[in-house]
Design a protein around this ligand. Sequence first.
Ligand code: GLU
Length: 326
Amino acid sequence: MKTPAGLLAIGLVSLFLWNPPSAQADETLIIGTASPAGVYHLAGRALCRTIDLPCRAQPSDGSVANLRALRSGELGIALAQSDIHYYAANGREGFQEVGPDPDLRSVFSLHSEPFTLVARREAGIRHLDDLAGRSVNIGNPGSGQRGTMLRLMDARGWTPSSFRLVNELPADQQAMELCHGNIDAMVYTVGHPNDSVAQAIRLCNAVLVDVEGPAIDLLVAAFPFFSRAWIAGGLYAPDQPAVRTFGVRATLVASADTDPEIIYRLVAGVFENFQRFKAYHPAFGTLTAESMIEEGLSAPLHEGALRYYREQGWVADETVTAELAR
Ligand code: GLU
């Protein structure tokens, strides 16, 4: 079994002083999340609270960085957008050069992440098309929003030179850049409500913009991991209208090498304390076990997760056999 570097923290001292009952007893489970400004980090912390093992949520650059870290063995478990999850599993987009990841495993999907376009009110950006010629933060390298934005730009026929300026700031810096007028718009593939969008709207009177049009119709029709999405009206300000856009799901992914017992205990912890887990963030409120094991997953289910789902009768035995054979 490959031992992901940051996953196991077995102190040498404890090896000498105490022989743990199992090789995993002393491990700290590290869940790769994203910027602390988003929902992933809260999700990672909520997951850690449901598992009876030492566990820590670790901020990261986002979905793309997490999937790379899973492949290299730096992480054993992480959060990732369903579009990026698909690209990593199949060796597409940013993962074309490295090819498909045969060791990538799905655990379950979580909340929906609408692709969110936030603009300075004074910039007069009313529609997606108004972004052309503006200064836009497309997200830091390694982030999921950057991956979604690049796909959207491609579908819309845009290149970086279609904008006056392309910034690559991380999620926790973009709202302030918008407030200071250094960028006209920012994008974020994220669950709602979240602090970064709230900051832009409440402190700087920014607006949410609909993301619609033929390019979006095309993306939703062509790719199973994209779907129509919306952001409820009044979520950030009393006068904030509902917004129509498209989106992905957040998913929990692991390496095939991650101990099935740990994944089993994590999955069991979530589903056996499901109401408590869902109460950690409003974006989790509509989750159901059924949608979490059926939607947004492109890699085979992890062995530990599959064991729990089979015990619950949530997956048929034929599915189990087929998944394990992959
Ligand atoms: N979807 C973002 C990413 O993958 C993270 C959003 C969040 O932190 O909630 O980079």
